[in-house]
Design a protein around this ligand. Sequence first.
Ligand code: ANZ
Ligand code: ZN
Length: 867
Amino acid sequence: MDEHYQPSVIEAEAQRLWEEQGVFRACEDPSREKYYCLSMFPYPSGRLHMGHVRNYTIGDVLARFQRMQGKNVLQPMGWDAFGLPAENAALQKGVHPADWTYDNIAYMKDQLKRLGFGYDWEREIATCDPAYYRWEQWFFLRLLEKGLAYRKTAPVNWCPHDQTVLANEQVVDGCCWRCDTKVVRKEISQWFLRITAYADELLAELDQLPGWPEQVRTMQANWIGKSHGVRFAFPYELDGKQELLWVYTTRADTLMGVTFCVVAPEHPLAAHAARNNPELAAFIRECEQSGTAEADLATLEKKGMPTGISVTHPLTGEQVPVWVGNYVLMGYGEGAVMAVPAHDERDFHFAHKYGLPIKQVIAPRAGDWTFSDQTWQDWYADKTIGVCVNSGKYDGLSYEAAVDAIAADLSAKGLGEKQVQFRLRDWGISRQRYWGAPIPVIYCPDCGTVPVPDHQLPVVLPREVEITGTGSPLARLDSFVQVDCPKCGGKARRETDTFDTFMESSWYFARYASADNATAMLDQRARYWLPVDQYIGGIEHAILHLLYARFYHKLLRDAGLVHCDEPFANLLTQGMVVAPTFYREEHGKKVYFNPAEVDARSDDKGRVVGAVLKADGAPVRVGGSEKMSKSKNNGVDPEQLVERYGADTVRLFTMFAAPPEQSLEWSDAGVEGAFRFLRRLWRQVAAHVNDGPPPPLDKEKLDGAQKALRRQVHETLRKVGDDLGRRFTFNTAIAATMELLNAVQRFEDASPQGRAVRQEALELITLMLAPIVPHICERLWRELGHAETVATLPWPQVDPSALVQDTLELVVQVNGKLRGKITVPVDAAQEAIQAAALNDENVRRFTQGKAPRKIVVVPKRLVNIVV
Ligand code: ANZ
Ligand code: ZN
């Protein structure tokens, strides 16, 4: 065997072997336990980054490990291929989005193959393929039939100069990213999916996902945001007619503290009041100009204006003025609030700003809380602290009792009820973009909205379009837009919006099971494979993608296409890959340098403490470690690493450097270390193999040292199995294997049984590392004298007899000081242990022949001799 480790040769060889043998092709087999291992599919941006490599290595290690456990494993891969970057590339480089996307797919697929990931490529999916999105269109039509898809107007970001809708990420500081024109809000008609109909189930079933990180479940629960409150109305008269101003509150117990009401700028009452009030109309317009994101509203400076309209308090009959305020959302509750400035923080600041009265109605039941109408205090928000005061008949009631009593009184007057609200909004799925799946509907002047008939699917996204960055390319294409109405045959127009790309990623996991089915969206194979047993991906998808996928899965279930309730039984969210940043200040701006452009110095803990730019030898400043990104120029290109060290080193480093959920700190030294370990493993196997084959292992004939090594081998095997299978602590599994290799190296026994023990140790190390560094292990296995493909082998069994410990090491102290170590049989009698201790050469030097006054034996630990 060649003593030289050559990753490029052995990796290509192993990959060829797997491909020829079709090792990763998955076949449904009801007699075997299945394991569906799925990593989130990438957007084909051009090249893999380290985040991908980490995600996919974790998935591949788990898939390979479970295959060795005898499971029938499916591990597919595909491409989340629609999206904005392809259109940007078209604008910037003049390439067609389809060409750009498919070129990127080809390149990245090759990169994935060179990393040795064991995917069943026969199930590959690209979501921009009409064979994929036709089923998305087909299913959308089923949702339309059930009323789960509907159309309504909703605001978008609009650039008046480019005459185009902008995605949130295309709005930079409130302006268009291309022409810097101020972006405005525009109401247009769009398609929605009724996710709110599933809000309760989406929330309740989070409890049935013990295999998900707590943090992700909490984030989803908060996003769904179930709240219990009261919906009620303030009566008022408008132009001689009786009207009701509905509001929603979670604090009906504070109803007696209402001193004004606030409506959203888009509320009809605001519009009515603005008719003869130009100042108010201007204010409303100003509010409409600002962004639509809820996060912006939270930090927004609170502003308002009176409407001049008053409403009647439903319980006291007092007159309450109505204001318009920018902090009230039209899309939540009733788009109007009762303001209780004494106890609601936003109302408090609003009242202070505009000099509105503040009336205390909650007082602490006990303790050193106090009320102040001058400074805001957080205890008001805690419903358990207070009782009602200044509230007439409700005085003295606690939160729950007060809400019950007040809700009952409102209900008796026919003015309100208790109500459950969700923060979750219906999912807007229309995008005014080209590179997406066309929404399959047609608008006819006579028949209205007409679904595209099933037999006309797919509505193929036309290729020959002009992408200019202004307006919608599809809307300009007459051959696409102008169609005959499927109902009356008259002239009609096609919908030119495309689906939100979250639509494609909401069901791809199911399609992998039936990827080649040209006549149905899914088939019975989806029943076999679903749910996904292990899903792996970034925490950035904790809310939207995972919530949409769970929702879509339930839609599929209710259409009879899948059988289980939840799509992902277990979820692992891997941490970020971070790296140090290097920069210089130039004209007050930071200019970042890539880690590859600098020579960095590290301290003995591996922390970077200084660096110079290779190009000019002058120092650069060292910033903190941050997520690898273009903006910080601290990305490391996995391809260059694979070229230099091989895929196994890259895989080993990413799995060794940190537990999967934590951030992984990039380190050149760490990569070097991983490479050196593999080289050492290779050399040891070579040295062993080149001495010729050992005799068979005879367990009966082993001496103490041989038994000790065997015990460490099997203890390590047991630990690694647990680390990979249950704990997902790949780093500790690798560390234990490294220690074992050190022990093998120290074991210099060249006797026939010594060599047999070493053979077993090296074989088991090879099998244990196979999920992590599969290429080198294929080759080592053959060098160790076997013909099988490691990727198809079962996980080795721990030999219980090897774990039995028949000798013990005890420390020996003389007068409390450590003086020696002895090895005794585990079942040795007290006298034998004492004799062995006294007999030890080192111990004798310290006892100097004196008779011991006392000997204490602490079982399994130590012997103390007092002289
Ligand atoms: C009076 C009140 C008093 C409130 C108090 C809170 C504390 P969650 O829990 O998120 O459901 N609210 C209702 N509709 C709103 C809208 N469209 N825009 C902005 N705020 C709105 O929040 C419910 C609370 O948020 C409601 O309870 C209401 O303020 C406000 F001491 O009513 B509360
Ligand atoms: Zn028609």
